[in-house]
Design a protein around this ligand. Sequence first.
Ligand SMILES: Nc1nc2c(ncn2[C@@H]2O[C@H](COP(=O)(O)OP(=O)(O)OP(=O)(O)O)[C@@H](O)[C@H]2O)c(=O)[nH]1
Ligand SMILES: [Mg+2]
Length: 297
Amino acid sequence: QAGRRLPPFEQRLCELTITAYEKGGAPPLPRVLGEVKELRKECIECGKRWAAECKSAPSARAADEAQKLGFEDMALLADEGRDAVGHLVELVKNLRQVPVVQLLVPSVVLVGAPNVGKSSIVKRISSGEPEVNNYPFTTRGVTVGHVHNPDVFAVFGKDCQVMDTPGMLERADDERNEMEELTVASMLYLPTAVIFVMDPTGMSGTPFPAQRRIRDALRERFPRRPWVDVVSKADAERGADYDAELEPAGALHVSAEDSTNMDTLTGRVHEMLGEVATVLQQRVAKVQEEGAAGGEA
Ligand SMILES: Nc1nc2c(ncn2[C@@H]2O[C@H](COP(=O)(O)OP(=O)(O)OP(=O)(O)O)[C@@H](O)[C@H]2O)c(=O)[nH]1
Ligand SMILES: [Mg+2]
């Protein structure tokens, strides 16, 4: 319920956390909430009943006795509801672990199959030491760093975010697991540019042609996003399934290991952040205008 008042990205994170909690064997949230609501009602009724009993007791001693029985009754009720309340408490713990990302600063996300070198690139292009965010619904940490862009800073008063995503696998959208849902949600709801990373070495475990198909499917879904294609691990040998023909046009060959083309990539990142900032500024202005118009009406 409350989730519906959150910004869409955070709403999605809540949903994914709840889904993962239910998948872990907990009963469905609506049932838990129903049980807790019922328990609350019963507790209030029980309390009122015994309070009335105390009030109309013929003697102080009888009132004491009624109070004692009332407490026992309440304790029984609380015991009956222990499981439901326990589930709710556990879920709240999980929700509190969801990391907070800035929703209104220009960001760059690195997307690609698992193990292609995304986090290594985040580390190379971030200023300072990136943090690792852990989401309750995926076992993969998400590396979050920052890039200082003076123009963006002048407008937003904040550094831009650079983060990797938990990775994409090749399969249909309706089969995506939570780690992929998080990747898609980041792109859908955050003001992002994209660095798509493909690993040509065969070390990542996803064949090069499959990586290209993942890339094309995503590009088709987000055709206007500021985007740069990157082929990683330029310092290493190409794998058997690598085919130069399968590289997206204009792909940048980089290495986090020996810094090949890291400066060029950083330059591209700043350009893209500028583009994202422009779009974001327009969006913020529009929301403010609508807010002002709403206020006058
Ligand atoms: N030779 C070489 N190896 C690299 C390079 N970048 C990353 N690696 C290696 O590739 C592996 C995966 O790198 P990560 O940066 O963790 O990849 P990732 O895409 O973030 O992986 P996940 O978060 O697990 O999906 C690690 O063993 C790295 O050491 C590179 O430029 N050259
Ligand atoms: Mg990573």
